[in-house]
Write a protein that binds this ligand. Sequence first.
Ligand SMILES: [Zn+2]
Ligand SMILES: [Zn+2]
Length: 185
Amino acid sequence: MNNLILHIEQIKDKDLLQDFEENAEAFPVLADMVQDRECEFIEPLKISVKAFRIRELFEVEGTFQTRVRLSCSRCLKDFDMPVKSNFVLTYTRELPDMKEASDEEEVELRIEEIGLIYFRGEEIDLRDGIQQQVVMTFPLRRLCAETCRGLCPKCGADLNQGDCGCKHEPTTNKFAALKNLKLTK
Ligand SMILES: [Zn+2]
Ligand SMILES: [Zn+2]
């Protein structure tokens, strides 16, 4: 059963408040991420929305939160982190009159370009809109900690656990260079 549905007869002059809880597997794109081992969802998504109507526009403001398990791109260890965000999605079922557009599909694409999501009938399916928001919230840099020292390129030891004893090429230290800098007034 798809429970990420808003029934528009319930969205009238009063705000409609609704909470959902849904497993990541219910979202095709998130299910693919799990399948590709990009991440694991260790909690279901908790979603709260407030929907209201402005003439033919249905505005859905909401928040979502979950926890994911990622693997650190430096030390390769798994770590958990919260993924949460706010979003605003605007739905419409009125197709604007677009003379240049040749068919309905093209009109839908143009609607999306201006940030609206097209729907038909009496129900708004939040699934696609929300899964897009979740994907956008994923961290680009997957680090267990900003200070993660990663693995030794020579022996593969986890440098967070201490020095492995390998000789590392000296790295240039920009602060050392600054020390010799004389500030003139
Ligand atoms: Zn790490
Ligand atoms: Zn080493």
